[in-house]
Every structure is written in C-alpha cells, then in structure tokens.
Design a protein around this ligand. Structure first.
Ligand SMILES: [Ca+2]
Length: 203
C-alpha cells in the first residue's frame, strides 16, 4: 500500500505548490500575413496562409491574453482577408477562432501604437469578430488538405474570421482571454516557446 500512496502524496503536494500551471498551444493561419502575441509578447508570425505558426506557451497564472494581427495584402475589394486560429489547453480544451473573439480594424500594425496587444488594454470598444466559413469550407476550402498537415492533433474546427467586411478591411486585430481569470488581479506571465522563436534564433 505504501508504494501506491507515496506517489499520490507527491503529486498532491506538487499540485498545491504549483496550482495553476497550464501549457497551451496557439496555432495561427492568416490570409495573407500575421503576428501573434501572448500576454503582450510577440510569439508568432507568418505569411503563408496554408502554413500555420505553432506556438507553445505556459500559463502560470491560469490564463493568458491572446492578441493576433492579420493583414490582407490586396487592398479593399481586390481581395478577401481571412484569419483562422485556435488555442488548445493541456486538458484538451479547444478554443477556436469564431465570433466570440473581439475584433478591431485599423491602421497597419507598424502604424499602431495604442498597446492593443497588451493584457491590460481596454478592448471594451471592440466588436465581435465577423464569423465566416468553418475550416475546410468556403473560399479557403481548397487549401484545407495542405493546412491539415499542421492543423492536426487536434484537427481544426475553427472558423475563418475577420473584423468587419473582409472585402473592405485589410488590417485587423483580435483579442481573447483564454483560461480562467484569477479572483484577484494578477499580471499574466509565462514564457513562450515557438517554432517561430527557434527560427528567429537561428538567424
Ligand atoms: Ca482586401
């Protein structure tokens, strides 16, 4: 019996010492390019809409603020923009891009300096995202097979989203809190590891 109980006690003790460490994965596709942030830290970018950036991060405070910028390279009605992303927590909680995310259209990111990506940014004036086709269908459906090579385990069930009409706006921003907010305010922390980060480090 002792052999059984000792590991259980160790696990319980560890759980009490480290109550809220979650690991999570952020996957982003954007048509045409994107930059992703976790708690205000830039952790992802990409410019091939069929090849997701994949970022793993931890949430020692039990939550994280996700902020994503997507740019459509074709001005106005010359091309439709789209963003597809998801967050997977280590208990398999799946948080897809959909109309529950907040969205805002504006100037290109190089011209935006209002702190939109920061955890404490006031996004109360933002609208809900425009929800477009679910992954696999619609105008981006022809790319799904290629995208699935990275969007697997789990397969994406996210929706393509935008801010406002996607044949009008070309620079859009998304935000959402994932995990569980603490009962007393805590500045979110955690260090991200990312395919993007390792690529940048090699340069
Ligand atoms: Ca456009």
């Amino acid at each position: 019996m002792k052999k059984f109980f000792v590991p259980v006690i160790l696990v319980l003790a560890f759980a009490l010492i480290v109550p809220n460490v979650w690991s999570a994965t952020l996957r982003i596709n954007g048509d045409n390019s994107w930059v992703g942030f976790v708690n205000g830290e830039e952790v992802a970018d990409g410019n091939n809409w069929q090849e997701a950036s994949i970022t793993e991060f931890d949430m020692p405070d039990g939550y994280a603020v996700i902020a994503i910028y997507v740019h459509d390279a074709e001005p106005g009605a010359a091309g439709r923009g789209g963003a597809l992303f998801d967050v997977i927590l280590d208990d398999d909680t799946y948080i897809p891009s959909d109309d529950t995310w907040l969205a805002d259209a504006g100037a290109p990111i190089a011209e935006r300096d209002d702190g939109w990506e920061e955890p404490d940014f006031d996004d109360s004036g933002w609208d809900n995202a425009t929800q477009l086709d679910q992954f696999g269908g619609g105008i981006w459906g022809f790319g799904a097979a290629t995208m699935r090579q990275t969007l697997k385990d789990p397969d994406s069930t996210a929706y393509w989203v935008w801010a406002g009409p996607n044949d009008v706006e070309d620079d859009v921003y998304f935000r959402k809190v994932v995990g569980t907010l603490p009962t007393t305010p805590v500045e979110p922390g955690g260090k991200a590891t990312t395919t993007w980060g390792s690529l940048k480090a090699d340069q």
